[in-house]
Design a protein around this ligand. Structure first.
Ligand code: FBP
Length: 608
């Protein structure tokens, strides 16, 4: 055989260069993917805006509703906290409307399709402007007109790169005034905020502030929110089954976890501690657990409800490891939700105290030069139990708890290496258990039921580990078929709502297994009062995993079996075509009471 390298085939180079212009062969194909459109948005196969009418079902309001209403004297009398539903009747005929759209917060797959749907609903008689770099760009008036050709490039692609995003919180009179001036100067009639719970709270405040008198003739600017976040914690019961981006992120994480699970009984030597993104709620880790069946999956909400300490949480993992070691299985996967530490009650109390101290003494702390100086100061300000707990943590972890908070006052948990902390604590606990297994062996809830032979096997077993954090890998992947379809319909809903003259709503689509129903949820009806950075603030409450939800109950019924055997599932890469392409998130199908896992959102239409 010749060792001289061959020249590349010019034909292949041509194919590859063409694909480079279109980013990749995959993206070239994906742009052509037809999308399902709900019947209310179709007239003779042409996409049109829908009208709206009151929905039959009512929102369950928070106990703070009466207090919240006082802060929305203009919005509440109009929305009356009533949900609207899209209808093919009284379609809006609005022309000349100028709408600006922005992304806010972390990226999530499908954002580009929201914009495509929005533009389609607005049609050629209205103008869509993109805001570059999120709320910060809105304050700076960084707007440009979006053309159909721009959208042909980004349809069905992941990420937020078309516009960019950021986490600036628009708050305070000065910033609201700034937005008002931008609206006035750009002759805006409406703004669409694509964001999570905090961004939709901001949208409600903006809708109130911009309700009237933005333009010389007294007109205001409408504001509508679109529910985005991979965390899945923006849910409103049956009205909003899930935020967009969750499906793509969890399918990507499930593929990665499935691959690792496939590796464990192949190489038979590692315990993998895997932290999964999802700042607060455990929806992401729960979905990935249901998809992959690991040995252990922590559910933060359960730990909080049972009031478990950090040491007790560590014991959960140790018991599973010991039980499997007794059976000769010295490998497995432990899933850790990103927000776990904030839900362990003693850690939560510590973090809350730190948040308050850091907010209150912001200036003093910023003036300090060393971490040691900051620590000394902070230790003097927190309670004795919190100080004791903090001092017991490894240094690296202790420093991380003192990192700068995000613009909403939250600890940036994606930066905290919980997976490494757990490995250290599990290792030292296992050492204790092996040194004298007697107190740990038995049938009580906090013991491990092992035979003498199994105890011997456990004591001799090795504990080798790897740690991973899957977060940024999943946020911007190409949208799944569901996220692509769902977001396009959310965009159609938002555009229709604006043309129908509505303001102060968040769009939603439910009945995801039954052709979909487009809804508008009044933002004021979602707001409650929560303590943040030491102050009471109006926020949209995060939807956490509920212990009585069908998804959690199902998980409870199977997790011991998964833990005690070496069964697992490898769901493989997400599919855009073929028999599994239409699979919904399992938690959505279970919690909404669907009879199967397949979504159906209407007739498939070529978008361009
Ligand atoms: P959003 O709530 O803005 O959608 O962001 C969610 C998230 O992806 C979390 O899961 C994660 O903790 C956080 O963003 C990471 O933030 P950042 O992008 O600032 O590192």
């Amino acid at each position: 055989m010749s060792t001289i390298p061959k020249a590349a085939d010019p034909n292949l180079l041509k194919i590859w260069e063409a694909s480079e212009k279109n980013r990749s062969l995959f993206e070239e194909q994906v742009r052509k993917m037809a999308l399902p459109v709900q019947a209310v948005f179709l007239d003779n196969k042409k996409i049109v805006a829908a009208g709206f009418e009151p929905a039959a079902d009512k929102l369950a309001l928070s106990p703070d509703a009466a207090e919240v209403r006082k802060s929305f004297p203009k919005l509440y009398p109009v929305t009356k906290d009533e949900v609207l539903q899209a209808t093919a009747g009284n379609r809006p005929q609005t022309k000349g409307c100028r709408v600006a759209v922005l992304f806010s917060g972390g990226p999530a797959a499908g954002g580009h399709n929201v914009i495509v749907g929005l533009k389609k609903a607005l049609g050629t008689d209205n103008t869509l402007l993109g805001v570059r770099q999120g709320p910060k760009g809105l304050l700076a008036g960084n707007l440009f007109e979006i053309a159909d050709e721009d959208l042909q490039q980004v349809v069905n692609t992941g990420g937020f790169d078309f516009l960019g995003s950021d986490r600036t919180k628009i708050k305070g009179h000065e910033q609201f005034k700034q937005v008002k001036a931008v609206c006035h100067d750009n002759r805006l009639d409406a703004i669409v905020v694509i964001g999570g719970d905090d961004s939709n709270t901001n949208a409600a405040m903006l809708a109130e502030y911009l309700y009237e008198n933005v333009h010389a003739d007294g007109r205001g600017v409408q504001v509508v929110g679109v529910p985005k976040t991979i965390d899945g914690d923006l849910q409103v019961g049956e009205f909003l089954p899930i935020s967009f981006g969750f499906d793509t992120a969890t399918k990507i994480y499930s593929e990665l976890v499935g691959n690792i699970l496939q590796d464990t009984p192949s190489s038979r030597k590692y315990w993998h501690f895997i932290k999964l993104m999802g700042r607060s709620a455990t929806h992401v880790a729960l979905e990935v657990a249901l998809q992959t069946k690991p040995a252990v999956a922590f559910v933060s909400e359960e730990i909080e409800e049972k009031n478990l300490s950090l040491a007790q949480s560590v014991d959960i993992a140790c018991r599973a490891i010991a039980r499997r070691a007794g059976k000769g299985i010295n490998h497995g996967v432990i899933l850790i939700p990103e927000g776990l530490i904030e839900f362990i009650p003693e850690m939560k109390a510590l973090i809350q105290e730190l948040n308050e101290v850091m907010a209150k003494f912001d200036k003093v702390l910023n003036g300090m030069n060393t971490m040691a100086e900051k620590k000394d100061f902070i230790y003097g300000k927190i309670s004795a139990p919190s100080a004791k707990l903090m001092a017991s943590l490894p240094d690296e972890f202790e420093n991380m708890l003192l990192l700068d908070r995000d613009s909403h006052g939250n600890l940036q948990v994606s930066q905290i290496p919980t997976e490494k902390l757990l490995i250290e604590m599990v290792r030292s606990r296992l050492r204790e258990m092996k040194a004298d297994p007697t107190p740990f062996v038995g049938q009580a809830a906090d013991q491990v039921d092992l035979t003498p032979e199994e105890v011997e096997r456990f004591v001799k077993s090795k504990f080798a580990t790897n740690h991973h954090f899957f977060g940024y890998e999943g946020r911007c992947g190409a949208p799944t078929r569901f996220d692509a379809a769902y977001t396009f319909n959310l965009g159609l809903t938002a555009g229709s709502l604006l043309l129908a003259g509505k303001t102060g709503y968040m769009v939603a689509v439910n009945a995801l297994d039954q052709q979909g129903a487009a809804l508008a949820i009044p933002l004021t009806g979602l707001i409650c009062i929560e303590r943040r950075q030491g102050k009471d603030e109006m926020v949209i409450e995060k939807a956490l995993v509920k212990s009585d939800s069908p998804a959690f109950k199902y998980f409870l019924s199977v997790r011991e079996r998964w833990s005690n055997s070496d069964c697992f599932s490898s769901p493989g890469p997400r599919q855009l075509w073929g028999p599994t392409a239409k699979q919904l998130p399992i938690i959505v199908a279970l919690n909404q009471g669907y009879a199967n896992l397949e979504f159906s959102l209407g007739e498939e239409i070529d978008i361009f």
